[in-house]
Design a protein around this ligand. Structure first.
Ligand code: NAD
Length: 313
């Protein structure tokens, strides 16, 4: 049976690390100086409302300031762009997140590219996309970053692994492939027009699936021992109840894979944790403090500081 990669536990570790770092910032710079995250929600999509509420709650739990902006679906693009300009200049705000999707009359690219790149904690600004693609220091998109951290922890090094990314969206598939390439994997990207997907799956040591189709990948498509990261979130009705499932057929995949992320409890919690981590990183870059290192929450390095914070709080 495959090992279950526990995204919830890993996300808690990142959360604790960020909390301790925020505490340290307050010791150094005064109680009032904390990283601030602004979220913008346009319209009343119920799923987006839940995501934004959770992000705000987690931000506050990490000791950071949360500024939530709710705008009607009828808002004009110009008005939204003016709000972003205001937030770009607000010294209390270090991260800006616009919840996607936006209503059809608003051009998402214009909106994302209006965010100051150093406050673009989603990593979707064209500048951050270019920095990632050219191997420079970028703000990394939260979901692919979370997937990469789980894979690094599982394997130690990803060097030389055959990695298959299924899905080529700008928010998951493409940056995921870039991150795996940066970690020296041999990367294949599959999408809706890929032929013989099963053959690509059979070659892959790592399979990251971000499509949005329940049961797309059955266990027998996998190479024995593969490590599977299931990004998909699908609501299905089972026995009269709505449940969440991924894109991979979990029951059959666990008999073939060596490790797999569950849905829920895998990639989802890591995405929010990485948003907190990015907001902290943005604060440190803006205030020219040493950047938090990922090793702080993967190795014991951050533990001493965490203990100090817990004793003090
Ligand atoms: P998207 O719709 O933008 O992209 C889907 C991709 O899947 C496309 O590139 C398309 O070419 C590809 N695709 C479609 N059918 C396919 C097929 N039969 N075979 C291979 N590829 C196929 O979606 P997205 O925004 O990238 O999200 C994908 C999934 O991940 C969704 O279920 C979404 O809810 C989930 N998601 C989860 C998180 C998280 O935090 N866990 C974050 C973002 C997205």
């Amino acid at each position: 049976m495959a090992a279950i990669i526990d995204g919830k536990e890993f996300a808690q570790r990142i959360h604790d690390f960020v909390r301790a770092q925020v505490w340290q910032i307050q010791q150094d710079a005064g109680q009032g100086s904390v990283p601030g995250l602004a979220t913008i929600l346009v319209g009343e999509d119920p799923a987006s409302e839940v995501y934004v509420r959770n992000k705000g709650r987690k931000t506050r739990e990490a000791g950071m300031a949360s500024f939530q902006h709710r705008l009607p679906a009828t808002i004009g693009e110009d008005e939204l762009l003016s709000l972003i300009t205001e937030l770009n200049h607000d010294a209390n705000i270090h991260g800006i997140l616009v919840q996607l999707p936006l209503p059809a009359h608003i051009n998402s690219d214009n909106v994302i590219n209006a965010i100051a790149p150093e406050k673009d904690v989603d990593g979707f600004h064209t500048r951050n996309v270019g920095l990632l693609g050219s191997g420079q220091k970028a703000m990394l998109p939260c979901t692919p970053l979370g997937c990469t951290l789980m894979l690094r922890e599982h394997f130690g090094t990803l060097k030389g692994k055959n990695a298959l990314v299924i899905g080529r969206s700008n928010i998951v598939g493409k940056p995921m492939a870039q991150l795996l390439l940066a970690d020296d994997c041999t990367v294949t990207i599959a999408h809706r027009y890929t032929e013989n997907l099963i053959d690509h799956c059979r070659q892959a040591d790592i399979v990251v699936v971000a499509v949005g189709k329940p049961g797309l990948i059955p266990g027998h498509w996998l190479k024995p021992g593969a490590v599977v990261i299931d990004v998909g979130i699908n609501r299905i009705i089972q026995d009269g109840k709505t449940i969440l499932v991924g894109d991979v057929d979990f029951a059959s995949a666990t008999t073939i894979a060596s490790a797999i992320t569950p849905v829920p409890g895998g990639v989802g919690p890591m995405t929010i944790a990485c948003l907190l981590y990015n907001t902290l990183t943005a604060y440190c870059r803006i205030h020219q403090r040493p950047e938090p290192e990922e090793t702080g929450f993967t190795l014991a390095q951050g533990i001493g500081q965490l203990r100090e914070f817990r004793e003090a709080s």
